[in-house]
Design a protein around this ligand. Structure first.
Ligand SMILES: [Zn+2]
Ligand SMILES: [Zn+2]
Length: 145
């Protein structure tokens, strides 16, 4: 399993590096991700904030406050080509959620979990052998000291 991943937007203005292994992807079927991506939702790698860095360009962000949790989610995207790149909760809980379709190398990566399946588009195929949640995940456990 690689421990470094590179990715970027469609036009190449934004590039990033993840210095961490990606053990599995999580698909989000919420209405907001459907709107943001124009598709069935988002497929994501959840990575520690300090292992993710933008190496070229700068993203714009849309602060999505219309979330069911009431938290504001900053959705970062390329202002030139519109590719969604990552999202981040406020305050940042220590991880960012990177849109897996922007990774250069996706080989071997699989969806291991699905959230917001209760609002999934009728066309979305959800593998029932993965971990499925009708809404969001419970909050992550506190980080070990
Ligand atoms: Zn771009
Ligand atoms: Zn979502």
């Amino acid at each position: 399993m690689p421990s470094t991943y590179n990715g970027g937007c469609l036009c190449g203005a934004i590039r990033y590096t993840i210095d961490a292994p990606i053990t599995g992807l999580r698909a989000c079927h919420c209405i907001n991700c459907q709107k943001h991506t124009g598709s069935g939702g988002s497929v994501n790698a959840v990575v520690p904030t300090d292992k993710f860095r933008i190496t070229k360009g700068a993203t714009r962000k849309y602060d999505d406050s219309a979330t069911r949790s009431g938290r504001t989610l900053s959705r970062h995207f390329c202002e030139n080509c519109g590719s969604p790149i990552y999202s981040q909760r406020n305050p940042n809980p220590g991880f960012v959620v990177v849109r897996a379709g922007t990774l250069d190398d996706k080989s071997g990566l699989k969806i291991v979990g699905n959230i917001w399946t209760s609002t999934a588009a009728a066309w979305s195929h959800i593998d029932p052998s993965t971990e499925c949640h009708p809404e969001n995940l419970p909050p992550p456990p506190p980080k070990p000291a």
